[in-house]
Design a protein around this ligand. Structure first.
Ligand SMILES: [Ca+2]
Ligand SMILES: [Ca+2]
Length: 286
């Protein structure tokens, strides 16, 4: 009986203290029938909503979905905002990345994260493209200072990404081809699930993929893929602009050279992934 009372007391404690420590929770949309404090600006005609089925794990996996109309004005841009559980000191919490599962409907999306805080508004310089038809993909965006850039500032004084990372009052997930605080104006739908923070504890899970570089870009004859390190499960895939996979290869070395002289000129997507993470970069064949 005492144990039951104690459990009741503990569960009451947790339900009143609703905000878990930054970096320790996952917004999986399973535990309530809401968008878990994610919202859109002003009087949007198409705010994010909660969906019951068809998340990354299929039937019964709840997720959040957001439509952007692609027109000027409210609801036209692809962005969702959070000013509740995702606020605080990212630096002290050891948050190195924001991770989420994402799906793009009707238009490809270039996923980034952005923040507002003590040093004004900042955006990730890295982005991950999720293409229409590729289903749910895990997106990992580095939010360490070196991978963030000040964009438009609404801070009264100072304009400093380090200051913002230490005192965030808003986190955004958005689509934009360039670093931005507002999302791009695009007619599309983005589905999101399992939004979480990558911390120092998980560095080995994502850093390998997160750090991959391609060069030269554009290129006429070869494409070099450079990783900071390799593990057992790494692979590279290349897709053409129509989404057709033209190359699939396991990666066992830090440097991989691909002969592209026979490829048609145009834009390609180079995707490097392992069990835990995926990142995609654009490559231009001249
Ligand atoms: Ca879910
Ligand atoms: Ca919307």
């Amino acid at each position: 009986m005492k144990q039951k009372l104690l459990l009741l007391f503990i569960s009451c404690l947790f339900s009143t203290v609703a905000i878990a420590q930054l970096g320790t929770f996952t917004d999986d949309f399973q535990t309530d029938t809401s968008t878990m404090n994610w919202f859109e600006s002003g009087a949007s005609p198409n705010p994010p909503t909660y969906a019951v089925d068809d998340g990354p794990s299929g039937i019964g996996d709840h997720y959040m979905t957001n439509v952007a109309s692609g027109t000027g004005g409210p609801g036209g841009r692809m962005v969702v905002r959070n000013v509740t559980q995702w606020t605080g000191d990212y630096t002290s919490a050891g948050v190195l990345s924001i991770k989420f599962d994402a799906r793009a409907i009707s238009s490809d999306l270039d996923f980034r994260v952005a923040m507002n805080g003590a040093g004004g508004t900042i955006s990730s310089t890295n982005f991950v493209t999720v293409t229409v038809g590729s289903g749910w993909q895990q997106v990992i965006i580095s939010v360490v200072a070196a991978d963030m850039i000040e964009v438009t500032s609404n801070a009264g004084s100072g304009f400093d990404k380090v200051a913002t990372l230490a005192d965030v009052n808003e986190l955004r997930i958005l689509s934009s081809p360039t670093p931005a605080y507002a999302g791009e104006i695009i007619s599309a739908t983005m589905d999101l699930d399992n939004i979480s923070a990558g911390t120092t504890l998980g560095i080995d899970q994502f850093s390998i993929v997160n750090d991959f570089k391609i060069s030269p870009n554009p290129s006429t004859s070869e494409l070099n893929i450079q990783l900071s390190e390799v593990n057992d499960d790494l692979k590279v895939e290349v897709f053409d602009i129509l989404g057709k996979r033209i190359l699939f290869k396991d990666i066992s070395q830090v440097n991989t050279r691909i002969n592209v002289s026979g490829w048609e000129s145009g834009v390609y997507l180079v995707k490097v992934s392992n069990d835990g993470s995926t990142q995609t970069k654009r490559f231009i064949k001249q």
